[in-house]
Design a protein around this ligand. Structure first.
Ligand code: PEP
Ligand code: MN
Length: 334
């Protein structure tokens, strides 16, 4: 349920109302806009007498939220959330390009790719240290060493980092990592999500291979209900009957998620297509559809990549992509 307060409500009146809601066992989420303050009520709101609430002089309107996700809901928070990532902003018109290899493989690889993608216009460096591979016999990532190499690349380039966590026991290793990624396969690992909700780290949550948008937003709710509101959503393609591409990029997810939620939406055309040639056109389409950012896999030698080489761009190809995406962004600016 949301209660919109009238513009002239005093601080004291507001606090009294909040205390009253809390006395009914409800959690109160406060969203202050330019004109109105919105109180989002979470919990069993059946005890709230809507008629009584509406009759209060400080109440402008009261609405029940029918969607089961509350914290991520745009009705709760009408303005776009802008999330700070190591001094950079994402969301609400702020656009960032995340780029880097699927996995951190060695010192020279991550440093070379980091320098090149930065020069091309990437603002956040990606690199997997813990890799969720379909086969247990495939390269599983460098783990703690991979994170150390990422931290070195951060020191050299100044770029904030994103890397995937698979198990909460590794959380301490992520101290210097600016965004923790929850991969598609872990989107419904609810225990992991709950633990991440207790942290103040920015979390990028990827849509599961076979999950709908409501399920993505409900997973997000697990993080936000714990008090962590720094969440970025990521569309990375879903599994359909199409087999020419690795997944099917659901681009309508971008405007749909913007309609449903105030959180930033990033698109990953690399995992969505699985084919390097398709990454650039889909990146441009995502930018045109209003994505707040892109995540692009780049490798200095894609043929030799230990993971996802077929979808990885060379640094030169990345330069072209970033240039074209900037032109799309200019073309759609109002
Ligand atoms: C990745 O980003 O390297 C990754 C494994 O992505 P996803 O979870 O989308 O498959
Ligand atoms: Mn990958």
């Amino acid at each position: 349920m949301i209660a919109v307060l009238k513009q002239n409500t005093s601080k004291e009146q507001r606090e009294n109302l909040i205390a009253w809601f809390r006395s009914m066992g409800l959690q109160v989420h406060i969203s202050e806009g330019d004109y109105h303050t919105i109180l989002g009520l979470i919990g069993d709101t059946t005890k709230v007498d809507i008629g009584l609430l509406e009759s209060l002089s400080i109440i402008d309107s009261v609405k029940r939220i029918s969607e089961p996700f509350k914290n991520a809901n745009r009705k709760f928070h009408t303005e776009d959330s802008v999330i700070d990532v190591g001094g950079l902003k994402i969301g609400g018109g702020n656009f960032q390009i995340i780029a880097g290899p699927c996995s951190v493989e060695n010192h020279d690889q991550i440093l070379e790719v980091a320098e090149r993608v930065k020069a091309g216009g990437a603002t956040i460096l990606r690199g997997g240290a813990f890799k969720p591979r379909t086969s247990p016999y495939d390269f599983q990532g460098l783990k703690a060493t991979g994170i150390e190499l990422l931290l070195e690349a951060k020191k050299v380039t100044g770029m904030p980092l994103i890397s995937e966590i698979m198990n909460i026991r590794d959380l301490d290793l992520f101290e210097g990592v600016d965004i923790i990624q929850v991969g598609a396969r872990n989107m419904q690992n609810f225990d992991l999500l709950k633990e991440l909700g207790k942290t103040d780290k920015t979390i990028l949550i990827k849509r599961g291979l076979a999950n709908n948008l409501k399920e993505l937003l409900m997973s997000t709710e697990y993080i936000m209900a714990g008090g962590n509101e720094n969440v970025i959503l990521c569309e990375r393609g879903i599994r359909t009957f199409e087999t020419y591409t690795r997944n099917t990029l659901d681009l309508s997810a971008v405007p749909m998620l913007h309609e449903l939620s105030h959180l930033p939406v990033v698109v990953d055309p690399s995992h969505a297509t699985g084919i390097s040639k398709l990454v650039e056109p889909m990146a441009m389409a995502a930018a045109a559809a209003g994505a707040d950012g892109l995540m692009i896999e780049v490798h200095n030698n894609p043929e030799k990549a230990l993971c996802d080489g077929a979808q990885s761009l060379t640094p030169d190809q990345f330069d072209v992509l970033a240039r074209k995406v900037r032109r799309i962004r200019e073309a759609i600016a109002e």
